[in-house]
Design a protein around this ligand. Structure first.
Ligand code: CP
Ligand code: NVA
Length: 298
């Protein structure tokens, strides 16, 4: 039987994602821990740094009565050329689930192909599904069901933006993305969203994307997988600031997966302002991932 991998939102039926979000909300409300993960071990593999993902997974696993082993590629023979497939076969004999953060989505896929235990996507250059589970949960806590709402993304068409595309399709909301032509959403993903009946559009005008939106989202100019010397000038006019937020719905919220760069993708005024849900989002990573673990190990 195929292990319960959590790789991409697109691979799930809406109902399965909804069940996980319901469980996340129940955990946050104090629901008892299911026995699924008790005494089990989760390996957290990081080829890139992390604050939220690392700590929230570790705390979630401990709350569930299990434990974690945290490793970077430098700690492992993976960093000296051992294949991902062999690593998967070996780790599957010791641990009950594996989370991987990498900037090569192919490595995640290879890990999932060869592991006999669940593999969880802890961010790749292409997506960040754990983040989006926490983001949907956060939006709904503050503004009710996300289905039918208008969400605007302003900035780089990066891994988080691409996962918002998957989420728009699975959770049935309208997503308007404003991205510079130089770093927009790949055509194959927009084609997929269209085929799936999603309401996803891309513009190069942030004002058009944000007009009347219930939520405005952005992320850093330079992602971990990008060239650190990337030319960010095309992104400057996509900054989420008070003037842009003024075009959104009156009760619009602001979201950002963090880490944030005040004065770049978002003004300090917005990030630290009353509409910002960024720390609620970060907090909900714990509950969302606890639910993902309970599902994967159940
Ligand atoms: N948002 C997020 O994944 O944060 P970390 O890089 O700190 O894990
Ligand atoms: N887009 C960012 C997200 C960090 C959580 C990155 O990939 O670096």
């Amino acid at each position: 039987m195929k292990p319960r991998h959590f790789l991409e939102l697109a691979e799930f039926e809406t109902a399965a994602l909804r069940d996980m979000l319901d469980q996340a909300t129940a955990f946050k409300g104090g629901a008892a821990n299911p026995p699924a993960a008790a005494g089990k071990t989760l390996a957290l593999l990081f080829e890139r740094p992390s604050t939220r993902t690392r700590v929230s997974f570790e705390v979630a696993m401990r709350q569930l009565g299990g434990h974690c082993i945290v490793l970077s590629d430098r700690d492992m023979q993976l960093g000296r050329g051992e294949t991902v497939a062999d690593t998967a076969r070996v780790l599957s004999r010791y641990v009950d689930a594996i989370m991987l953060r990498t900037d090569r989505v192919r490595k995640l896929e290879e890990l999932a192909e060869h592991a006999t235990v669940p593999v969880i996507n802890g961010l790749t250059e292409a997506s960040h599904p754990c983040q989006l589970m926490a983001d949907i949960m956060t939006f709904e806590e503050h503004r009710g069901p996300i289905g039918g709402q208008v969400i605007a993304w302003c900035g780089d068409g990066n891994n988080v933006a691409r996962t918002w595309v998957q989420a728009a399709v699975r959770f049935g909301f309208t997503l308007r993305l404003a991205c510079p032509d130089a770093c927009t959403i790949p055509g194959y993903l927009l084609d997929w969203a269209r085929r799936e009946g999603g309401d996803v559009s891309v513009t190069s005008d942030p004002r058009q994307a944000v007009a009347g939106a219930r939520c405005v989202v952005t992320d850093c100019w330079v992602s971990m997988a990008d060239d650190p010397k990337r030319d960010c000038r095309p992104l400057a006019s996509f900054q989420v600031n008070a003037a842009l937020m003024a075009l959104a719905a009156e009760d619009a919220v602001f979201m950002h997966c963090l880490p944030a760069h005040r004065g770049e993708e978002v003004s300090a005024e917005v990030l630290d302002g009353p509409r910002s849900l960024v720390f609620e989002e970060a907090g909900n990573r714990l509950w969302a991932q606890k639910a993902i673990l309970a599902w994967a190990l159940g």
